[in-house]
Write a protein that binds this ligand. Structure first.
Ligand code: ADP
Ligand code: MG
Length: 241
């Protein structure tokens, strides 16, 4: 089986600091995978490398069997990778629907069926009733939905979601979990960075654990939760074994 996304021996440093050191993992088509790890582990850097915001210093990244490292952010988006940011960056003067329309004009949507793509993305994310409101009027929970709506309006094959549940209460978190499952059910593979461990454990098929730039564990949620190195990394104690 070919992985949809294959990260192979990837490295990235910032001056002397190895932010990502020889990290490898694969994301199978149709799965929901999560990237977890303590603050500073390198999760956002990895998303920046996959989406082309930062160049690699080693290794390779392939998508659908073809190399994408070295391509521009625009080309990578066109191949079918969309990113939802933790801090939503809507155009505050535009309405909710207009913001989603901007997303629909990028990625794989192109200029085709823009109105239909926008309507579907708004309906899927529960934003249909808020469509005509200015984006600036949304609560944090709804801004997070808008960020996801904007990303899926590009009709991606892979959604990179950076902490979609950060700062949300229990109910809002549950709603985002349900939404991510619906996005997956529509054929979009999902790679998450998420701090809410309960959400990660419920939603993920596979979890990759980073610590200080290295992958220290990988497996099902139950496997990584029982891993001594993972527990040590989270407790901040010296490595066990
Ligand atoms: P995480 O998202 O897991 O919290 P990051 O990927 O943001 O971690 O950061 C990993 C490490 O790389 C941290 O030590 C951080 O300070 C450093 N880092 C990230 N981006 C930059 C940058 N643009 N310049 C310098 N150092 C950076
Ligand atoms: Mg981060």
């Amino acid at each position: 089986m070919t992985a949809l996304l294959e990260v192979a021996g990837v490295s990235r440093h910032f001056r002397g600091l190895a932010a990502i050191a020889d990290v490898s993992f694969r994301v199978d088509a149709g799965s929901i995978c999560s990237l977890i790890g303590p603050n500073g582990a390198g999760k956002s850097t990895l998303f920046n490398l996959i989406s082309g915001f930062l160049p690699l210093h080693g290794g390779s990244i392939s998508f659908g069997g073809a190399r994408i490292d070295g391509l521009s952010t625009v080309r990578i988006a066109e191949r079918g990778i969309a990113r939802a940011f933790q801090i939503a960056r809507p155009f505050p003067g535009l309405t909710v629907a207009e913001n989603v329309r901007v997303g629909a004009l990028f990625g794989r949507s192109g200029a085709r069926d823009v109105a239909k793509v926008v309507t579907e993305a708004l309906s899927l994310t529960g934003l249909a009733e808020a469509a005509a409101q200015p984006a600036a009027s949304l609560t944090v929970g709804y801004l997070r939905r808008l960020e996801l709506a904007r990303a899926i309006a590009a009709r991606p094959l892979l959604l990179l979601a950076d902490e979609p549940c950060a700062g949300l209460n229990h109910t809002e978190t549950e709603e985002i979990v349900v939404l991510l499952r619906e996005i997956r059910a529509r054929g979009v593979t999902v790679l998450l960075v998420e701090h809410d461990m309960a959400a990660v454990m419920r939603i993920s098929d596979r979890v990759f654990v980073l610590d200080a730039g290295s992958k220290i564990a990988e497996g099902t949620p139950a496997e990584v939760a029982a891993d001594a190195r993972v527990i040590a990394a989270y407790l901040g104690t010296p490595e066990a074994g």
